[in-house]
Ligand binder design. Structure first.
Ligand code: P6P
Length: 336
């Protein structure tokens, strides 16, 4: 049982004992993520002071300018996950292909794969807006040896064993699930310890916040346009409030605490939307559902989508269950 203010270490140990048959490797994986998060947090927090912000001069597979902190965060998480003989492969937004970790050839070792967006919302770094890390964990399917993309990485989100995000905001938080609810830990930077500040997080079934980049309005599907008008109508508990940070982890985190819906639908110039299925939408969907919310592509459950590509994108509707279901209603009507 989560006890407010216990440390992440105590929480992991207590939860580990609750699952005596597990080998403790997943706990060690979460431990390595919390270590890397502390290191990345230190750099993110001083980004304005040293020459570490600004474009790295390279572009990633998405054709986006790589920010120096993107590369730093990517390297730190990969390095930390590599050193513990738990993970056999890592896929990252910043790497065209997945990375194989040594040790995959030992029997029953390195049985997990991790997919991550090491620094989501990085275009906000130079303007001091909060950014985040998103991670997703699966058991490997192939028994031994080098992991295989199709079997081990292109698994549907309903096979995740853990997922989480770190939000580098006014305070730094690690929010994660292993399939038994969602818990949020806040970093005390003075002590370098994470404390359980948000036990058993729960997505309110209703909310009054809608988050979407309305600059794309003319390119939205009709159902999205109709839902936005519904949100703005003066009737019942509406109009809702529009809040959009442009950093998904921040928008989702706020909506999970206050209630709300986040949408990144398909737009004419991006028919599958902008957000990536494997290392952005699936982990956020796992957390959202574990907290009682809902996540779909406007029509079907995100975590039931069978991936075909490592960096594939999907339209994303995520948040308070009743709000997502109302938006889906408009999407179905908009198709007719
Ligand atoms: P737009 C950040 O680049 C990101 O991937 C998400 O964190 C964020 O929600 C979205 O893109 C913002 O995209 O097109 O509204 O600027």
């Amino acid at each position: 049982m989560a006890r407010k203010n216990q440390t992440l270490g105590e929480f992991i140990i207590e939860n580990q004992s609750a699952f005596p048959y597990s080998s403790g490797e997943l706990s060690r994986l979460i431990n390595s993520i919390r270590l890397a998060a502390k290191v990345v947090n230190h750099e993110v927090n001083k980004a304005g002071l040293v020459d570490i912000t600004g474009a790295y001069g390279e572009t990633n597979i998405q054709g986006e300018d790589q920010q120096k902190l993107d590369v730093y965060a990517n390297n730190k998480f990969i390095q930390t996950l590599t050193n513990r003989e738990i993970v056999c492969g890592i896929a990252s937004e910043e790497n065209d292909e997945f990375i194989t970790i040594e040790g995959c050839n030992k029997d029953h070792k390195n049985k997990y794969v991790v997919l991550m967006d090491p620094l989501d919302g990085s275009s906000n770094i130079d303007v001091n807006v909060s950014v985040g890390t998103i991670f997703s964990v699966y058991r490997r399917i192939t028994p031994i040896g080098t992991p295989v993309k199709k079997e081990d990485f292109l698994q549907p989100g309903n096979q995740q064993v853990a997922a989480g995000y770190i939000i580098y905001g006014t305070s730094t938080m690690l929010v994660y699930t292993t399939g038994h609810g969602v818990n949020g830990f806040t970093l005390n930077p003075a002590l370098g310890s994470w404390y359980l500040s948000h036990p058993d997080m729960y997505f309110p079934e209703d909310g009054k916040i809608y988050s979407i980049n309305e600059g794309n309005y003319v390119h939205f599907p009709q159902g999205v346009k109709d839902y936005i008008k519904y949100c703005q109508e003066e009737k019942d508990d509406r109009p809702y409030t529009s809040r959009y940070i442009g950093s998904m982890v921040s928008d989702i985190h706020r909506n999970m605490i206050k209630g709300g819906i986040f949408m990144y639908p398909s737009i004419s110039q991006a028919p599958n939307g902008k957000l990536r299925l494997l290392y952005e939408c699936n982990p956020i969907a796992f957390i959202t559902e574990q907290a009682g919310g809902k996540a779909s592509d406007g029509f079907k459950r995100i975590m039931d989508i069978q991936p075909t590509e490592l960096h594939e994108r999907t339209p994303f509707f995520c948040g308070s269950k009743n709000m997502v279901e109302k938006a889906e209603e408009f999407m179905r009507k908009g198709k007719n």
